[in-house]
Design a protein around this ligand. Structure first.
Ligand code: BGC
Length: 732
């Protein structure tokens, strides 16, 4: 309370002394790439015309920029210095989608913590993360940056990421402001094409897309970024429903909202406004506080105030939102960075954390006949094949502005180090890139495989195939990879496929050709040691899919929390295109909701992931068959490790609300726990469900829990059988 009063007094005192130009300056976030301070920036900062910069990452530069701001500008207001620190700074962790596959909030928090420390040592005090757009379209390149398809999982991990970046007190050195982006609906871009239109009914927006943002806010996220995209006809950067009604009025947010890169002038490109001035007017009126990269605010806000179209009080409120963030970051007291006060970049502790995160993120999708783990004792030789086996850069993934491949340890290096002299490890790249269409290098790879006891393939997608603006219409394995896999499979050797990629891939065409399949996403700096230790069984895979894997691109969107429809498919009604009799009558093909050429199921469901061990779920119990609104239900089940390895399992709790004022999903994740069990060990899993956890937005946009009947499941994936039920009744 005391801090709040002081902050308000400090902000009010500054506002009293600021000219209109200085106020507008605080609303301008200017690009500063290139590692030096151009004269234009020097002058503008000293005149108070720039309040924040992005893309300055050299500590001498950031200190010099702050010095100009605090010593040369009239009011000495320090700068926010922003950067996209998305999954690491110099030490690179798995892409966010990979981190989500760990289902481990502590892993996600630690990755963000280390990224914050490394970035802060360069003078960065603000990151544009977490990216918490629901990712249900793997064609969209930015799915790599999301935390998956599910609002509940994403909300928990988003909060963990915010805590990692911001720590418990933003004023402490090493804590940097986080940014919840892109508010909102960006993940629903049509056709998975980046920057495209999003049409989302309001109750769907509130039930699915907004909850992770609310969770980030509840975790204390300092800033929000608006989305590029058009939401229901009003681009997010001028969308009052989002930026005013929901964020400020309903949620009580007190921080500032920054635009995305040039998303204010793009309002005119969308066709919402006729020119930059009107775009600035619309954005400011909608509640957007700071402009990134472009200069419509700098050019037009003062005139809009002078013409009486925007009230000065409104500008003051926007500036106060920004100044409060600067105060809460402690920038007025500590504007400068002493890199010597921070641990070394990419130090052994950070690398160990990166290895652990990569290990926790890998998902074992197939393992026939116990192919994995590989045994050093049983194999004399191993063929390591593929363009991603020994490429220090590609394993880092998308959005790694500062990531340094020089620190990378590749799978080939790590496997060689791991087996030492015990095994001969041969390497052939097989393809120049993952996109190569040539088979010229296949003979060498095949010869190597033929003369080895087992083959490990490193395939998937290079980093450039996912990320912003890197969308794909057909997301199957690119280039000639499927042909290479098929050719290797004919040799009859045990084949392990390790896939690095920035999105789920429909691997149906090749999954039968390999004995084991480990999906590692882009694992980051320590990909090599993490993968080697999983392949040889030092660690047991424990990741689970945070997103559904389709069988083929045409099934997209496909996600577990879908609606039931009026005609849900059943095994009896799903008919394959190959089984239709010639001349069969039109109505003989089932009349339920599925594809003739893909059926109705995904290749691998949300929540799925194997272990070298095996787990059995039994005996689901609820503490009551009926609870009253406001009460908590306890649900328990027994989990036993029935395999041979000590291992971790992610136990998941799902619920279905059978009847609603608006239709409800067939299943919704409501809890999860990652537990470690020894072989033969049994534990009782306990989940608590408050009736408020069952609330949803109804057709009147009220958030309610409706009395009624519910199904509840506990199991190891969203395709789960162990079910109980309960009812919720109204208060007497
Ligand atoms: C992206 C944002 C990012 C910004 C700054 C934009 O193109 O959409 O996510 O934070 O650039 O680099």
């Amino acid at each position: 309370m005391e801090l709040k009063t002081t902050t308000k007094a400090q902000v009010d005192a500054l506002l009293d002394r600021m000219t209109l130009e200085e106020k507008v300056g605080q609303l301008s976030l200017v690009n500063c790439a290139g590692g030096h301070v151009p004269d234009w920036h020097r002058e503008a900062i000293s005149e108070g015309r720039i309040g924040a910069l992005l893309n300055a990452v050299d500590v001498d530069t950031t200190n010099e920029l702050q010095r100009i701001a605090v010593e040369e500008s009239r009011l000495g207001i320090p700068l926010m210095i922003g950067r996209d620190v998305i999954h690491g700074f110099k030490t690179v962790f798995p892409i966010p989608l990979g981190q989500a596959a760990s289902w481990n909030a502590e892993v996600v928090r630690t990755c963000a913590r280390i990224a914050a420390l490394e970035a802060a040592s360069a003078g960065v005090n603000w990151t544009f993360a977490p990216m918490i757009d629901i990712g249900r379209d793997p064609r969209w390149g930015r799915i790599a940056e999301t935390l998956g398809e599910d609002p509940y999982l994403m909300g928990i991990l988003a909060a963990a990421m915010v805590r990692g970046f911001q720590g418990d007190d933003l004023t402490k050195p090493g804590n940097i402001a986080a940014c919840a982006k892109h508010f909102a609906g960006y993940g629903a871009s049509e056709g998975g094409r980046d920057y495209n239109t999003a049409n989302i009914p309001e109750n769907e927006l509130r039930n699915v897309h907004l909850p992770p943002f609310k969770d980030a806010l509840d975790a204390g996220v300092a800033t929000f970024m608006s989305s590029f995209s058009d939401l229901n006809g009003i681009p997010a950067s001028a969308n009052e429903l989002l930026l005013k009604q929901i964020l400020r009025t309903e949620w009580g947010y007190e921080g500032f909202v920054v635009s995305d890169w040039a998303s204010i002038p793009e309002l005119s490109v969308h066709g919402l406004t006729a020119n930059d001035k009107e775009a600035a007017y619309e954005a400011a009126n909608a509640g957007l506080d700071m402009e990134m990269a472009s200069s419509t605010y700098a050019t037009h806000l003062s005139a809009l105030v002078q013409e009486g179209r925007i009230a000065l009080e409104q500008i003051d409120a926007m500036v106060a939102n920004v100044l409060r963030a600067k105060v809460s970051l402690g920038l007025f007291e500590h504007p400068f960075t002493d890199p010597a006060a921070f641990p070394a970049i990419a130090n052994p502790e950070y690398l160990e954390a990166a290895k652990y995160a990569a290990s926790q993120s890998a998902v074992l999708l197939k393992n026939d006949h116990g192919t994995l783990p590989l045994s050093k004792d049983r194999l004399q030789s191993l063929a390591v094949i593929g363009p991603l086996a020994d490429d220090p850069k590609e394993q880092l993934g998308t959005w790694i502005f500062d990531g340094d491949p020089h620190y990378s340890q590749t799978p080939l290096q790590a496997i060689r180090a791991f087996v030492g002299d015990a095994m001969e490890v041969r390497f052939a790249r097989g393809m120049e890139t993952t996109r190569s269409r040539s088979s010229d290098a296949f003979p060498e790879a095949l010869a190597m495989a033929r003369h080895s006891d087992a083959v490990v393939l490193f395939l998937g997608e290079e980093a450039i195939l996912s990320g912003e603006a890197h969308c794909r219409a057909d997301i199957s394995l690119p280039g000639n990879q499927e042909t290479l896999i098929e050719a290797i499979a004919t040799l009859g050797k045990p084949v392990v496929l390790v896939v690095m990629a920035g999105r789920p891939l429909p691997l149906e065409a090749i999954v039968d050709h390999v004995d084991a399949l480990l999906f590692t996403w882009h694992p980051g700096t320590m990909a090599g040691p993490a993968i080697a230790e999983l392949l040889f069984g030092t660690h047991v895979p424990s990741g689970k899919l945070p997103v559904t894997f389709p069988r083929m691109s045409g099934q997209i969107p496909i996600y577990y929390a879908h609606k039931n429809t009026g005609r849900p498919p059943t095994p009896e009604t799903v008919i394959s295109i190959d089984d239709i009799q010639k001349g069969a009558p039109q109505l003989s093909v089932g009349n339920t909701s599925f594809h003739l050429d893909a059926g109705d199921t995904p290749l691998f469901p949300f929540g799925y992931g194997l272990s070298y061990s095996a787990f059995q779920y039994a005996n689901i119990q609820t503490s009551a068959s009926e609870i009253t609104l406001g009460e908590t239900l306890t649900i328990s089940a027994e989990l036993t490790n029935v395999g041979d390895y000590e291992a971790e399992e992610v136990a998941q709790l799902y619920v279905r609300d059978l009847v609603g004022n608006v239709t409800r999903p067939v299943k919704e994740l409501k809890g999860f726990q990652k537990v470690r069990l020894k072989p033969g060990e049994k534990t009782t899993l306990t989940f608590h469900l408050h009736t408020d956890d069952l609330a949803f937005y109804n057709r009147r946009m009220e958030r309610v829990t409706e009395p009624g009947h519910f199904h509840v499941w506990i199991g190891g994936s969203s395709e789960v059988d162990l079910r109980s039920e309960f009812s919720v009744v109204d208060v007497e």
